[in-house]
Design a protein around this ligand. Structure first.
Ligand code: PMP
Length: 282
């Protein structure tokens, strides 16, 4: 019997199930999931799993598409259609499908719901007789920002918060120091014209535009200081800007409602944007 899965209102053979490539789960890990065990064809502790699913959805601002009864009926429908006696039922919910952009899609964009079962020896598990071995690893969730991972949920939430506040970017900070923008590299320029940006480490993505801007600035005789800077220093800076492949060199005129650099794009930033455009269009 072919494996039956559930996608957005329909039970389908696995091979026919598909979701669009613009699904935010795929692009941003912008979603949540839940999994319940099935023993003797019956869901185990399912109400608690559905309560956690509801909480996870609420925490990231996705409206729960079903109530407990609705979810349970779908799970039971899937278990029956797959004649599942022992295993797992997965429930995946994403913020749906929309043209790629960090902030939430328009209200009313339906979440994507995917459910599938997996046959697995849960009770009849031989490992429970032998006992499991573990290794220790550093908890990296998610401290490897140097990797351009699709695990972008934190940035989605940050940039949605920015959009809701009428801002264009969110500058993230840690231990009082700016790490980077939600999807850009953060820079400030001091009163005496030094360009400051955080040094490369696992705390930030090594921006390709950052690298080019540092090179262009050096060629133009400007001084670069690769060191962390605080939000407070950014607020007092002569200029601020951020860089990315899509924003190029973008002047910052306001942080948390406070004007930066007199509230106008500054001369060094304008010059760097010009140099970048010259290089890019040469
Ligand atoms: N930091 C983060 C977190 C980003 O998502 C981006 C955009 N890709 C950048 C920095 C800037 O990188 P790049 O200049 O390579 O676009």
């Amino acid at each position: 019997m072919s494996r039956i899965v559930y996608v957005n209102g329909r039970f389908l053979p696995y091979a026919e199930a598909a979701i669009p490539i613009m699904d935010r789960g795929f692009l941003f890990a912008d979603g949540i999931y839940e999994v319940s065990a099935v023993l003797n064809g019956r869901l185990v502790d399912n109400a608690a799993h559905l309560a956690r699913l509801d909480r996870s959805l609420r925490e990231i601002g996705i409206t729960n598409p079903f109530d407990q009864e609705g979810w349970t009926a779908l799970e039971e429908g899937l278990v029956a259609r797959n004649s599942l006696k022992e295993g797992l039922v997965y429930m995946q919910v994403t913020r749906g499908v929309h043209e790629r952009d960090f902030p939430f899609p328009p209200a009313g964009t339906p979440p994507t719901v995917v459910m599938f079962t997996q046959e697995k020896s849960v009770a009849a598990n031989p490992l429970a007789e032998r006992g499991a071995k573990v290794i220790s690893v550093e908890d990296l969730r998610w401290k490897r920002r140097d990797i351009k991972s699709v695990a972008l949920l934190a940035q989605v939430l940050a940039k949605q918060q920015a959009a809701a506040a009428g801002a264009n970017e969110a500058w993230m900070h840690e231990d009082g120091f700016v790490t980077e923008g939600g999807s850009s590299t953060a820079f400030i320029i001091t009163e005496d014209g030094r360009i400051v940006t955080r040094p490369l480490s696992t705390a930030i993505l090594p921006g390709i535009t950052r690298q080019a801007v540092i090179r262009l600035a050096a060629e133009a005789g400007l001084t670069i200081e690769e060191r962390p800077f605080s939000l407070d220093e950014a607020l007092r800076a002569a200029e601020a800007f951020f860089t990315s492949a899509s924003a190029l060199v973008m002047p910052v005129v306001e942080i948390d409602g406070q004007r930066v650099g007199g509230g106008q794009p500054g001369p060094h930033t304008r010059r760097l944007r010009g140099l970048y455009l010259e290089m890019a269009t040469a």
